[in-house]
Ligand binder design. Structure first.
Ligand code: IPM
Ligand code: MG
Length: 355
């Protein structure tokens, strides 16, 4: 089969990590007899530099016409002082909205060979870390009206409609059914009205899934539970802002934010796949970034948008194998342990896929 993939490399380490993911995808294509056709488009800072806006219409059109979108990262200090309405991040939020990808799936898993890189004491890990943050992605305070009063007061409107909560809740329960049948709803219902609507809606949807256990945590408690007892979590169902924060926290337990992929999906098969980390401008161009989160995102693309389970599994197994073999980029290496470059990690994973 032939698949059309839009590539949005973006800024900072974006181009380096996307190149390694494409390298791995090409090996998968050869091994399984598929054809992946790439169309590279600009987004974020690179688009601001080229055409003055972070999300050109052509980028949106190509993404909408593709089978899936694979993205690197956007942003960097160069664009920090720019008019906030055209920051690089606006391009990212814009493409999420344009594709209607309202559910963001962020699996956090601690790989056994990386146990040393986990900052938690081993006894805290219990049965291990294997959870999914199911983050709502196209609503919340991210997309509410933003304005300033004449006296300089800043406002960000936080809102959630009931249908927005219902559709993400159904997705979280469907995910839980394929896992350990446990959803933790995370909100701030003791303070926020949006969270009270969120929780009431989830309570109602939960009745449709009697085989799934639901518990409820306030976000402050959840952030504490994540480091005290992370193995209690299976699927964390939460809003856009809380999901952003909790997924960074969950990622560091896996050893490095460089390990976490994500899939953003809407109602159809078209998805947006990106590592959860940013553009890491401090290490851009040095060939030392960890490409694993992006390569795992490509695996999620194969699974969720193309229904290619065996192919996705082959990538994931290849990553297990290279980690097992002790290969480490700098972010997951122990102090004084030898680390390899971004390209070398990509090559090692591509070779493991081929073999
Ligand atoms: C993420 C990022 C983005 C977000 C930023 C870059 C806008 O932190 O994907 O987690 O907040 O969603
Ligand atoms: Mg984030």
């Amino acid at each position: 089969m032939k698949y059309h993939i839009a590539l949005l490399k973006g800024d900072g380490i974006g181009p380096e990590i996307i190149d390694e993911a494409v390298k791995c995808l090409d090996v998968v294509a050869k091994k399984f007899g598929h054809e992946f056709e790439y169309d590279t488009q600009i987004i974020g800072g690179e688009a601001i530099d080229a055409v003055g806006v972070p999300l050109p219409q052509e980028t949106v059109d190509v993404c909408l016409a593709s089978d899936a979108v694979l993205m690197g990262a956007v942003g960097g200090p160069r664009w920090d002082t720019i008019d906030p309405s055209i920051r690089p991040e606006v391009g990212l939020l814009g493409i999420r909205k344009a594709l209607g990808t309202f559910v963001n799936i962020r699996p956090a898993k601690l790989y056994a060979p990386l146990a040393d890189a986990c900052p938690l004491k081993p006894e805290r890990l219990g049965s291990g870390l294997d959870l999914i943050v199911c983050r709502e992605l196209t609503g919340d305070v991210y997309f509410g009206r933003k304005w300033r009063d004449d006296d300089g007061t800043g406002h960000d409107d936080m809102n959630y409609t009931i249908p927005e909560i219902e559709r993400i809740a159904h997705r979280a329960y469907a995910l839980a059914r394929k896992r350990r049948n446990h959803v933790t709803c995370v909100d701030k219902a003791n303070v926020l009205e949006t969270s009270r609507v969120w929780r009431e809606t989830v309570e109602r949807i939960a009745c449709e899934y009697p085989d799934v256990t639901t518990d409820y945590q306030y976000v402050d408690n959840a952030s504490m539970q994540l480091v005290l007892n992370p193995s209690q979590f299976d699927v964390i169902l939460t809003g856009n802002l809380f999901g952003d924060i909790l997924s960074d926290e969950a990622s560091c337990i896996t050893g490095s934010i460089g390990m976490l992929p994500s899939a953003s999906l809407g109602d159809g098969p078209l998805g947006l796949y990106e590592p959860i980390h940013g553009s890491a401008p401090d290490i851009a161009g040095k060939n030392i970034a960890n490409p694993i989160a992006t390569i795992l995102s490509a695996a999620m693309m194969l699974r969720y948008s193309f229904n290619l389970d065996a192919e996705a599994q082959t990538i994931e197994d290849a990553i297990d194998a290279v980690l097992e073999a002790g290969l480490r980029t700098g972010d997951i290496a122990k102090q004084n342990e030898q680390s390899i470059s971004c390209t070398e990690m990509g090559n090692a994973i591509a070779n493991a896929i081929a073999s």
